[in-house]
Design a protein. Structure first.
Lengths: 212, 184
């Protein structure tokens, strides 16, 4: 069932507005030079952080469509009756969501990096740190989507919940784009791994709790 | 033979209200239970409890594999009906679509189905799962006379084949049913 669920997530992601978070990401990256001025040295210093803020806000956009429609339509209940564990549902949703979010965001990160003044080795570092970070952002998005499914004003609540949870990832992810020498990339990878490993269990418990 | 559904001393509290207590259930092969009661008496909650989607406040419940048809459509709106049903990998999908007269609608997107057609699609999804225990929540809502007849026939065949059914409905069901009235 999990394979079918991943395929379904990808199909629905692409059928919906998979380009929307990416367009949003590029938009935020475009605004940065307008906001801080065109000074290349300053931009180069804050570019990594700006790119990560753009990625985080883009990751928030699809949160409302990740779990709530399936809860409301009874899909999660039917999955339980087929004997699929809620954790497996959460894991499949994370994989499926990343497939429609991560690769597109990484492609957009190339022009995005130029917009915030990152090129050469800094461009490579930003791509590597986003490649490691986007699976964790997807995992967070699914966990937060499951936690807020069925609540009033879930979209705003999801933002409030997700931003603080993403802080460790942002710290090490943004640091890894700025500096190739430090161990920020390894710490980012450790945080990402922890998030990815924990998120299916959080999502699973939230899906079960939402039933009662 | 082991029963398909066995509940001992079941109680359920929802939203601070006791819906039922000391409820014993036992359904064997070929049995069917009609759960009746006023609105809000806990019919749907009992179905969800038996499905394993709610935990009993007290008591124990054991059941065989079950299929649920409730108000959740659980079919992707943008897909043609056959494809949407096929997601659930029911082993008797072809039989079920024929039994509920859905063959002509196989290529129609789910979002275009009428209320009654969507109701038949839910019932077909449950039947296709080939589970020994059917859990039906208000199965007659939205069905026309032909649809209701098809449901009766499907239930009769399922019981003949050794299956069991629990149906919550405020409408009378045709055939020979055990009844349980909640909220007295």
């Amino acid at each position: 069932m999990t394979g079918a669920l991943i395929r379904r997530e990808v199909r629905r992601g692409l059928h919906g507005a998979a380009w929307l978070p990416v367009a949003f990401f590029l938009l935020v990256a475009t605004i940065v030079p307008f906001a801080v001025g065109p000074d290349a040295r300053l931009l180069g210093q804050i570019g990594g952080g700006a790119l990560w803020i753009a990625a985080l806000t883009a990751a928030l956009l699809p949160v409302e469509r990740l779990v709530e429609p399936d809860r409301a339509d009874g899909v999660l209940d039917q999955l339980a009756l087929t004997g699929t564990a809620e954790e497996a549902v959460g894991g499949a949703k994370i994989v499926g969501h990343w497939l429609t979010f991560g690769p597109l965001l990484l492609i957009a990160a190339v022009p995005g990096s130029f917009l915030v003044g990152l090129d050469g080795p800094a461009l490579v570092r930003s791509l590597v740190s986003l490649a490691i970070g986007t699976p964790a952002l997807s995992a967070l998005a699914v966990a937060v989507a499951a936690l807020t499914a069925g609540l009033p004003r879930a979209g705003a609540l999801a933002g409030l919940l997700m931003m603080p949870l993403a802080v460790p990832l942002i710290i090490f992810g943004a640091a890894a784009t700025g500096d190739g020498e430090s161990s920020a990339l390894k710490l980012e990878a450790a945080v990402a791994l922890l998030t990815i490993a924990g998120a299916p269990f959080v999502a699973g418990a939230a899906i079960r709790a939402a039933r009662s | 033979m082991t029963p398909l559904l066995k509940g001992d001393g079941l109680a359920l509290v929802r939203g601070g209200r006791l819906l039922f207590e000391s409820l014993d259930l036992e359904l064997g092969h070929g049995d069917a239970l009609h759960v009746t009661g006023r609105n809000g008496s806990g019919k749907s909650s009992l179905i969800r409890l038996v499905a394993g989607l709610l935990r009993p406040t007290a008591g124990r419940i054991e059941r065989a594999g079950a299929a649920l048809a409730d108000e959740g459509l659980a079919l992707d709106r943008e897909l043609p009906l056959r494809q949407a049903l096929a997601f659930w990998k029911g082993s008797r999908l072809i039989d079920a679509m024929t039994a509920f007269h859905l063959d002509d609608l196989a290529d129609v997107p789910v979002r275009l189905l009428s209320t009654g057609q969507a109701k038949r699609a839910r019932l077909a999804r449950a039947m296709a799962a080939d589970a020994p225990l059917w859990l039906l929540d208000e199965p007659l809502n939205g069905l026309d006379r032909d649809g209701a007849g098809r449901l009766d026939a499907a239930i009769a065949r399922h019981r003949e084949a050794g299956g069991a059914v629990v149906a919550a409905s405020h409408l009378p069901l045709s055939g020979n049913w055990l009844t349980l009235e909640l909220g007295q």
